[in-house]
Design a protein around this ligand. Structure first.
Ligand SMILES: NC(=O)c1ccc[n+]([C@@H]2O[C@H](COP(=O)([O-])OP(=O)(O)OC[C@H]3O[C@@H](n4cnc5c(N)ncnc54)[C@H](OP(=O)(O)O)[C@@H]3O)[C@@H](O)[C@H]2O)c1
Length: 347
């Protein structure tokens, strides 16, 4: 057994605690609590920067509550960059003092706190080429993008369409696909056409003025980060034998459970009904539908770090808020005005 490297007593920390689900920030409190207990195979990270994702807002409101293995009070937050300050027994991959980044996972969360304790296999050394702010924005979007591109076997010469091509997930997918040598089409808003070209899109399509199903054909792979009508029309542009990966089709119950989430009987009953239309669309198009679920993975983060170090990965940060200002950061996210990621940074 590998001995723990550091003092295992739980220091105090401040955390954004969700007291109950709700539509306003009054359900949040920034308060002192004990740092979570460190177990075998886990590391304690001093969080320098935490990044917001749309799912954090949805969780504040209780949208995914049926899936979560816990209820409020809970500490929100999925994505972070920071420094390892203690390691539990049996951790061999990381050391105290390492600069790391992580996706905590929906079955764990806890990034909106000064300390987070996570299994070491969810935490990786952060890319040296990126600042802590940039690195904190990468884990969840990067892991989803990687899973999607892998599912589509995207490679040199693949014809790829990414919906929401300058969004958090879409922007990383575009850059990773372009690094692999794919020809990248992407749907973006009118004011984002140049931004899309700058990150590797060869064919930007303005979703506000143009129907993408008139502008793209015979795609090997489509990544749907938008859902509803966008997914429905994607069957017209994917070629027979191609793949459509979607963030908006729930995965089968066994995948939810494997990711540490709950799949109660009512959900198991509803899932085939919710997903029937999407699978029917795939069958009619002769294509494969792959639901994408964000799953924590240090190995995935190491691949993303290598990608970030081999060429420049551009991470658009819209605004940096002080660490205690989660409410203001949520308001900004909710306004829909952000042109990039929103982060909380320790002073
Ligand atoms: N299943 C999972 O595990 C998982 C994981 C990550 C994310 N998600 C979900 O996936 C979605 C995207 O996440 P994100 O972090 O990438 O969000 P984001 O950073 O807000 O990006 C969304 C992007 O989609 C664009 N968009 C909106 N409507 C569009 C349309 N009709 N056609 C093309 N683009 C459109 C937006 O552009 P404008 O600025 O022009 O509106 C924006 O650039 C969210 O709903 C999130 O909750 C699911």
């Amino acid at each position: 057994m590998v001995e723990p490297e550091h003092d295992l007593t739980e220091p105090a920390m401040r955390a954004h605690v969700l007291r109950k689900y709700g539509k306003s920030n009054t359900v949040l409190a920034f308060e002192e609590r004990e740092s979570p207990t460190l177990g075998p195979g886990e590391v304690r990270v001093d969080v320098e920067v935490a990044a917001l994702n749309p799912v954090d807002l949805k969780t504040r409101e209780g949208e995914p509550k049926m899936l979560l293995p816990f209820a409020p009070p809970l500490v929100l937050g999925c994505d972070l960059a920071g420094k390892v300050i203690a390691i539990g027994s049996d951790v061999t991959t990381l050391r105290v003092g390492d600069s790391v980044y992580a996706y905590a996972g929906m079955d764990r969360m806890g990034a909106f706190a000064e300390h987070v304790v996570l299994p070491a296999d969810r935490v990786a050394r952060r890319p040296a080429a990126l600042s802590a702010e940039e690195a904190a924005c990468l884990p969840l979007p990067g892991l989803c993008a990687l899973a999607a591109l892998d599912a589509g076997k995207v490679d040199k010469g693949s014809r790829v369409l990414v919906h929401g091509g300058v969004g958090g997930v879409g922007g990383i997918a575009v850059q990773l696909a372009s690094q692999r040598g794919a020809e990248v089409f992407a749907t973006v808003g009118t004011s984002d056409l140049e931004r899309a070209r700058a990150i590797g899109v060869s064919q930007p399509i303005d979703y506000r003025t143009q129907r993408f199903d008139d502008a793209a054909r015979d795609m090997d792979f489509v990544f749907d980060t938008v859902g509803s009508d966008t997914l429905k029309r994607s069957w017209r542009v994917v070629k027979r034998g191609g793949v459509v990966a979607s963030l908006h089709v729930p995965p089968p119950a066994d995948q939810l459970v494997a990711a540490g989430l709950r799949a109660p009987w009512i959900l198991r009953l509803l899932l085939p009904l919710i997903t029937r239309g999407a699978y029917a669309g795939a069958a009619k198009a002769g294509a494969r539908l792959v639901p994408i679920l964000s799953v924590p993975s240090a190995a995935g983060l190491e691949r993303i770090a290598r990608a970030a170090e081999s060429t420049t990965l551009r991470i658009a940060i819209d605004k940096v808020f002080p660490f205690d200002a989660l409410g203001a950061a949520f308001d900004h996210l909710e306004s829909g005005k952000a042109r990039g990621r929103i982060v909380l940074k320790r002073g």
